[in-house]
Design a protein around this ligand. Sequence first.
Ligand SMILES: NC(=O)CC[C@H](N)C(=O)O
Length: 306
Amino acid sequence: MQQILDDIAAEMASETDHGKVADYIPQLAHVDPNQFGIAIATPDGQVYAAGNASTLFSIQSISKVFTLTIGLGKLGDGIWTHVGREPSGDPFNSITVLEYESGRPRNPFINAGAIAVVDAIMMGHEPKATLGEILRFVHFIADDDSIRFDHKVAASEMQHRDRNAALAHFMKSFGHIKHDVDKVLGVYFHQCSIAMSCEQLARAGLFLVSNGVNQHTGVRVINAQQSRRINSLMMMCGHYDGAGEFAYRVGLPGKSGVGGGILTIAPGKGSIAVWSPGLDHVGNSKLGLKALELLVQKTGWSVFSN
Ligand SMILES: NC(=O)CC[C@H](N)C(=O)O
């Protein structure tokens, strides 16, 4: 496994087209695009890593997997009154389908859906309480209390919140958001700002590898059915309008973020985190996708083969 990761990191180092770093969040525009990291955590507790796998980056939309997990834990199937579970085929920040579907977001991984999940898990609490809950949850699943919000990134997003604010107000006009919009957005931007390394992120995904249990620590995070369902949603919706391409090239559940990270789950085998800040035209990590495609070729890991 270590050899495979070293080979992939070497191959990525020779790539010249890294894609384009997200600059609509000014704080992310400063990140050096010439970085690549990969880590795999396996159920026996091993972590294999190569490249810049211990460098912290903004997990952005990957956090939507964690808040969905919290939402499923708190509300069970009740979460589906707040958000749907169909792929959108649209960009992550699109508003179009929201109008056709009376303000109910299609799935928890597009921005509108993730904002609705935040509203659902707030349950009348102030942002601070919900943020504490989210961070504690991430500490718990990653087995690492050092993980923090990046307040500069969150503030940068709050300052440039117009598009996400439009989505939230639009949903609120249909009664799908209950709390004050700026409070909900404050929580949403902080969850997106969480800074993690590939190694930490790979560990955090382990519960989705083994039916809701982190086998190494023995801790159950969520029940087996919920774990399977989160993986299905990651497969169908985790890459927005690039989900078909990801399923075609990688064939595993995955969730991307505009910070350039991708968390990918190989059920029963391992939790894989890749990071390279340059994005493709739909906002998914360009080298991250390439690296995962190579990994699947080299390991045969895919939910579509055995
Ligand atoms: N795709 C993403 O990672 C988008 C998340 C980002 N925080 C936003 O709201 O625009």
